[in-house]
Ligand binder design. Structure first.
Ligand code: NAG
Ligand code: NAG
Length: 137
């Protein structure tokens, strides 16, 4: 069992480290990104996603129709890091930039619905997935 004194020391150390890196901490604004499988429910198409990144790989995900996965990331130390994902389902394979700093500058929460013609981003104005772009390839 942890003694209260030990916990206090750990807490103090944590706060110290936080303050030490205060400048960086305050400049970090994380972006939330969610990807939902919006493929044909009738055919029960599983969407396979792979979103590699420089420092944090989100790994390989398989989503049943309607399922989603999400992650937080820092949109670029240099301000122009593009995040892309590889998507695959039976008979199709695409890749897509899920975060482009210049295009997605307005989105702190980027919610994507992936369907056959291409992904669409959630629009706060229409309250639905109406910001659509074609596949990169
Ligand atoms: C959909 O596909 C998954 C994975 O192949 C399977 O486990 C599930 O039972 C299927 N669901 C339906 C409703 O067919
Ligand atoms: C939409 O609204 C949510 C919640 O208020 C906000 O966090 C998000 O940044 C907004 N997204 C855009 C694109 O404005």
């Amino acid at each position: 069992m942890e003694s209260p004194a030990r916990l206090q020391t750990m807490l103090a150390m944590f706060i110290f480290l936080l303050l030490q890196s205060g400048r960086e901490v305050s400049s970090i604004t994380l972006t939330f990104l969610k990807i939902t499988n919006g493929l044909d429910h009738y055919n029960n198409l599983t969407l396979h996603c792979l979103c590699p990144a420089k420092n944090s790989d989100t790994g390989f995900r398989s989503l049943l129709p309607g399922q989603d996965f999400s992650f937080l990331f820092q949109p670029g130390d240099d301000g122009n890091t593009v995040w892309f994902c590889n998507f695959a389902w039976p008979g199709s394979r695409h890749y897509y930039d899920v975060y482009v700093p210049t295009r997605d500058v307005d989105c702190r929460q980027c919610l994507w619905m992936v369907s056959d013609p291409g992904p669409c981003r959630f629009d706060n104005v229409t309250q639905s997935y109406t910001i659509c772009y074609p596949w990169n390839n």
